[in-house]
Each structure stands twice: as structure tokens, then as C-alpha cells.
Design a protein around this ligand. Sequence first.
Ligand code: NAI
Length: 713
Amino acid sequence: MAECATYGTVAVLQINNPPLNVLGHDVRSQLMSGLQQALQDKAVCSIVIMGKGQTFTAGADVKEFGTEKVFWEPTLHSLVEAVSASTKPVVTAIHGTTLGGGVALALASHYRLADSSAKMGLPEVQLGILPTCGVTQRLPRLVGLQTAVRMVTSGQTQSAQQALTAGLLDKVVTDDLLKKAVGFARSVDVRGLEARRVSSWTVPGADRAEDVLDAARKTLVRRSRGAIAPLTALQAIQASLLPFETGMKREAELGRYLWTSWQAAALRYAFFAERTVKRWHIPRNKNVNYRTAEPMDIKSVGVLGAGTMGVGITISLLQAGLKVVLTEVNKAQLDKAVSLIQRSLEGKSGGKPQPMQLRATTDYSQLREVDLVIEAVFEDLALKKKVFQQLDAVTNPRTILATNTSGLDIDQIAAATQRPDKVIGTHFFSPAHVMRLLENIYGRHTSVETIATAMQLGATIGKVGVLVGNCPGFVGNRMKGLNFTEAMFLLEEGAEPQDVDKALEEFGFAMGPFRVSDLAGGDVHWRRRIQAGLTTEHGPPPYTPVLYRQGNRYSPLADMLCMQGRFGQKTGAGWYRYKSGSRTALPDAEVHRLIHKHRQDHGFQRRNISSQEIVERCLFPLINEGFRILEEGLATGPQDIDVIFLLGFGWPRHTGGPMYYADKVVGLGNLLQSLEKYRAYHPRSAHWVPSSLLRKMAAQGTSLSIWAAGSRL
Ligand code: NAI
């Protein structure tokens, strides 16, 4: 766990807790006793702390979070203070990616040395907690307020060179860190020790502190969108201007506040949920699961359709070192795609895709030898069926055929082939080379090998794969669609687009639904509604009431905007107007007039609508649908739904995801009550009918987490 050795007058304490050398209780205990021995050993003049294996230490053991173990002595805090108080100089020698507690140890040491490839970072705020153990007090004293605020609140890692420039490191070395650290430790002198304790320093540039902190506060209020950890961290850093002991008390106080906050619990849940979804099984047959399945080895992938998604998917695959055959019917589009791909990969570590790795063609027969094809042609079922028939004919029978459809029936697509067991949905999110989510959809006949291969492919290209069952829109789009429906009803009843967007942005979304619609282009969904027979290019279908379609309440407002050619940013006007070349959404009197007239024409009485009602009306139907999805066995557990929303739809991470939020923040009883309340006002909206699973759980007073614990292998 931690090994001690002496090299002449230097004692070396090496953490050995693979793979990441996390500072669990055993490691802390052994480091502490190693330190004490070295202090007692008269032959030892200085001490080196370092790590074996791939990193110095990745910090605290997250598995201890939420348990008593984290408070067992020696705590990380006691260890760090013992290092700082050491009567012999302590040199920390850093390599690999050193996080959180590792940085705390380094800051408390008297000298900091690092290998040139080392990285240092403070990810605590991303888990809703504060970097404590003196980090918020020592770091600003060492690197100044501005850098400290950036490191603590962003969680971004610093390279060794950046850390050296910032003053966080004393020296960067190449090769043989142990030898260099021992040599360095021999050269340091106990006489200068007092001055090397960062706790005795004052924060540089303290006279400009107010301006720096004010500017940081403004940025954080805007960026953190309801997350409390970044602003709390700023308060702790501000306390570094006080005497060290006072600042430490403040840090401990704020640390406790965040540690016990609901947001820290939610962020911890989100962290583990991303790991839990890897443990997939098919709800109706638990024997088909991640343990029993063997994936196929995938070395080459065909991508069919070189549009927006085909380009992003190709970039992801090439970056992971896979060979890609990009196939497209339109030669001009293909050339454009290849140049986009090359530009995107230029300057990245992989450099330009080698000719061997990317083959671009208009000839389907080039797909003959690939291991897997991902189809990304237009969202049109007839076209997809035709294309799958062609793929079935041209590819090797062992090739897996995947579709990137946003919500079409996987079984119908599979039925166009002679190999339905090898057909699966691999739903990427746009931009596909950036978004980390891969929603994998199995059909009725998809084999366990095909499922395992799609899940493995996700991991290979750095995505988080979530396995779900087949239904219109799958999990993500099926739930998300409901949020926009209610957003429009809110406009009819009195809200303006900017009111709805503001309420959801305050809840934590980067953009409200109307700004998202303007960004994505309102025409995309308009075409889908036309295809679904809900509307026509000229208004409601004949003999159809304006406010009702297919048995449900319907708002035609989005259709009315599209009929005027207002598709959003690309046409300079949508729910907002946009100045030429600008993406800033400006409220538009035209839209307000259109909504106002619609309200008058249909007898809506305008009323004031609170932000709380807006949030509940937009999010609760979506959550209710999540319960239905669980009930229908389309997702393995609530974590799967939460990960889809966190990674695919920008759901604010500090709330844990829609299902966690419902379970732990709103409460299932309250959620049920609200659904009933809104249902009484909106009896013709099926999405307000509470799911029977929710009813059952609320009646039993059970929670989703208890229910889920039994459902996952
Ligand atoms: P797109 O319109 O940008 O690209 C489609 C491409 O397919 C075009 O370049 C077209 O020339 C090509 N194509 C059409 N028929 C073809 C054929 N028979 N053989 C080869 N190529 C053919 O469409 P986009 O946005 O890339 O969408 C593709 C698929 O991905 C759709 O099913 C869509 O629903 C889905 N999707 C789209 C997302 C988005 O945000 N754009 C997100 C997730 C899924």
C-alpha cells in the first residue's frame, strides 16, 4: 500500500495502491507511520513522497465517500497537516495525473517536483465538494487568486509546465523521477524549512483581490447555473486572505456544508451511474448480460451517409484508431465531408487520417469487408429499409449492421435484412465526435454478441454506452419530446418564450427549449410532425380542430412559425430574432403578436405563470415517461435514463438526472400529487396520466433507488 525505503540520508515513502494509488484508509495509515518513522530516524535528513505505477495519486478514494471510513484517523487532513508540520523537509515527487488529495499533499510539502509528463488537477467541485485539507488556503498563497480560482472551480488539469509557470511546482525533471527526487531531497537544507511552509506566506497581489474575486463571482454565477459548489469554493478561496488558521476554519466549515449537500450526493450518484450502465442486461432475460456476452473484434467500420452525423461518427472512429470506409451517394457531399474530417483531425494527436485509415467512396461494394456498418442516411424509414437491404446484399454475412436513426423502429429496419440478429441501433448525439453518449438499441432479434459489440465499440471510441429497448424515439427522444409540448402550452396560457427559457436555464440547462429549437432548426421537427400526420405545410389537416390532434391537446404555435419560414438561427428568425451573423437570441415583437393573437382567437385567458410552474410543467411529464419506460422494461434501471439525459441532453448534472431528481429531490409522493394537479387542468394531455409504477411506488412509500438496487446484476 505504501512502501518505505532509505537512500542514504533520504527516506522515500512510495504509495503502491494500483491502479490509481487512491488515498484510502490503509494508504493513509501507512504513509503516516512511514513519515513518523522517518522523523524519528536520526540518519534521515529529508523525506520524499511519491507514487509507484501510473500516477503519484488520483487523490481520495471515492468509494469511501458517503461512508464513515473517510473520517477514520489518520484522515487525509491529519496526514496533510503532519507533512506540513514535519521537522524534516518533505519533497513531493509527482508523476501521472495527480488529483485532489494528491495536490493537497504536494501543497503541504516543502518542495514540489514533477516529471515533465505529469498533470495536476482539482476535480472536487465537479463532485459537488470542496477541495479541503488546506488546498483552498495554500493554493492561492502559492499561485495567486486568479489561478487558484481557475484551478479549483473548473476542475481542469494543469500540465507540469503550466504548474511550473504558475509557481505550483519548484522543478520539472525528465526520466528517473526517483533518482532525481532523492538527489533534490539531499540538496535541501533543514535550516530553510520554516520559510518553505506555504501556510506562513501571504497571498500575492492581495491589494487587487476584490476586483479579481468580483470578476470571478460574476463569471461563476453565469456558468454554474444553480450548482452551489463553484461559488462556495470561491468563498473558501476568499478566506485565504485571512490569517491561515482562520482561513482553515472557514474552509472546514464550507467543506462540511458542501459535503452534506444534496448536490454532492447527486453528483456522486451521477459519477457512479456512468459506471453502473456498463453492467447491462436485457430486463426480460437477465441471462443476456454483460458477463455472459462476448463482443466481436471490430477493426474496420463502414459509415453510410456523410452528412452531419456521418462526419462526426467518422471522426470518433478514426480518433480511436479504427479503419473507416465512408460511403455517400452524393460525391460533392462526400468531398466536403472528407475535408471537414481532415480539418477536424489536424492538430489533434492523431494528426491527419492516414489514407489507410479513411477510405471515402460512393461505391457500396467497398463495404464488403468491414466488420460493422453504421448507417446515417436521412431519417426516412423507407429509405433506411432499402439501404439495409443493399447492405445485407453487399457486406460479409458476419458484418454487424447498425443504424443511427433518432427513433425509427429497429425491428422494421432489421426485417429488411436476412440477418436481424446482427442489426442494432447505435444512436449518437450531435456533434457525434464531442458528445459522450451512445444510446444502443436492441431489437427483437438482436443477438447478445451484437449487443456486446455495440457496447464495446462505445467504450473503444470513448463514449458511455447505454443499452435500451426499442420504442418510438427510444429512451432519450421519447422523453424529451414531451418537454417542448408543455413549453408551448405555457405560451398559450401567458408565458413568453424568454420566460420559459429563463426558468429552465435557472434550473440548470445551458439553453431553454425555445433557444434550443432555434439552434437546431424548427423545420426538422415540423417535417416530422407533417410525416406523422399531425399538421400540413398549410396548417391543420382538413377537418381537424386547431387545438387537438390524434386525441390529444396540441399547440400549433411551432407550426405557425415554420409556415412563416421562421426556422430559427439559420433563417435569422424563429422563436427569437437574430442579427445577421449573431447567435444572440433577441425577443421578437412579431412572435409576441402571433402568440397574443393565437390566445385571443382561442379564448385563452392570459395569466402570470411562476418559474416553478414552468419547470414542473416542462420536466414532470418527461420524468413520468421515464417511469413508464422502466415499467415497460426498456431501460435496465433509472441510472440508464439519467446518464442518457446527463450526457445527451444537457440535464444539469448537479441534480443527478431526471429520475434521481424525482426520487431524491422532488419526492415520489410530491411528483404524483403534481401530476394529478396538472392532469385536472389538462385532462386531454395523456402525458399527465401518472405511470402505474410511480403510483405503486408512491403508495408503498418506496424509493426508486431501493427498487433499482434489486434490478441490476
Ligand atoms: P444529413 O442530412 O446531414 O445527412 C444524411 C446524408 O446521407 C446526406 O449526406 C445524404 O446525401 C446521405 N444519403 C442519403 N441517402 C443515401 C444513401 N442511400 N446512401 C448513402 N448516403 C445517403 O443527416 P444527419 O443529420 O446526419 O442524420 C443522419 C441520421 O442520423 C438520421 O437518421 C438522423 O435522424 C440521425 N440523427 C441525427 C442527429 C442530428 O442531430 N442531426 C442526431 C442523432 C441522430
